[in-house]
Design a binder for this molecule. Structure first.
Ligand code: F6R
Length: 263
């Protein structure tokens, strides 16, 4: 895992958007895996700016969202479908036919999950998966105990997740109890992973998933087993890490690798 610690939320957003933009430049028909929530809002705003001011082209980009609340129609203002269109898709030149988001109000969720996995496969797999992290360590909605082999499926939300996400709803009772989510196994098959996190309330879980033991109780620890995972944190989310100096040294001295190789 490569750990980049940034000064604040804005810098975290800019650095992560730049990384995504570079990947889109490198492969115009890239397959992105995308997350919702508070964390990536700034990243998406910055991507919109890069699209508008620098011409970043989304016309061939395909995207698959991680998850959606079960029971919410795509037009519901708390649905992740609504979030993605409001925060990113409607501001860039993505082809709506290339946008895949789990459908919360689908009649047969089980069959839908199989279909969703097939579409990811048909697209050639996910090139770059963007992730946030829940305070319980979830990636997607892979709550504590989710198998590292899990695929897209319906998952019951953990109590802490329901409490955390209540801020988006009028009252806690309105938060759906289930979601459709890509599995840990689905996420781990992405060629590259980018996890972003900010704020004091993510400091404990960031220390646990980066420096703690691998466990399905904190599904983000699975990223320790991925061969290309980038983690970009703000100062607060990084504040409980033990090896900050080392991560910063690596970030600032990458250029030395070339020198060493040339010796
Ligand atoms: C959302 C998702 C979740 C969030 C996580 C953090 O699509 O998959 O794992 O990334 O719950 O949410 P925020 O960013 O709101 O703290």
């Amino acid at each position: 895992m490569e750990i980049t610690i940034t000064e604040h939320y804005d810098e975290m957003s800019k650095v992560s958007a730049r990384l995504i933009a570079q990947e889109i430049h490198r492969k115009h028909d890239i397959v992105l895996g995308l997350a919702t929530g508070d964390t990536p809002v700034g990243t998406y705003q910055e991507l919109v700016r890069i699209h508008k001011e620098e011409g970043l082209d989304f016309s061939k980009v395909k995207s698959f969202n991680l998850d959606e609340y079960l029971g919410l129609a795509p037009v519901h203002k708390n649905s992740y479908n609504y979030f993605m269109w409001e925060n990113l898709f409607k501001h860039v030149n993505i082809n709506p036919e290339n946008v895949y988001i789990p459908q919360g109000n689908i009649k047969d969720p089980e069959q839908f999950c199989v279909w969703y996995e097939e579409q990811i496969k048909k697209a050639g797999g996910i090139d770059l998966q963007v992730l946030g992290i829940g305070r319980d360590g979830h990636i997607g909605f892979n709550e504590p105990g989710s198998s590292f082999a899990s695929r897209t499926r319906v998952k019951a939300l953990f109590k802490q997740t329901i409490e955390d996400n209540a801020r988006f709803f009028d009252k806690e009772e309105d938060v759906p109890r289930f979601a459709i989510t890509m599995g840990v196994g689905t996420i781990m098959e992405a060629k590259k992973i980018l996890l972003i996190a900010n704020g004091k309330n993510k400091a404990d879980v960031c220390a646990q998933f980066i420096e703690g033991p691998v466990t399905s109780q904190i599904t983000a620890t699975s990223l320790q087993l991925h061969n290309y995972a980038n983690v970009i944190l703000d100062n607060e989310a990084a504040s409980k890490l033990k090896r900050i100096e080392y991560y910063n040294w690596v970030r600032d001295n990458k250029h030395l690798v070339q020198k060493e190789v040339g010796r």
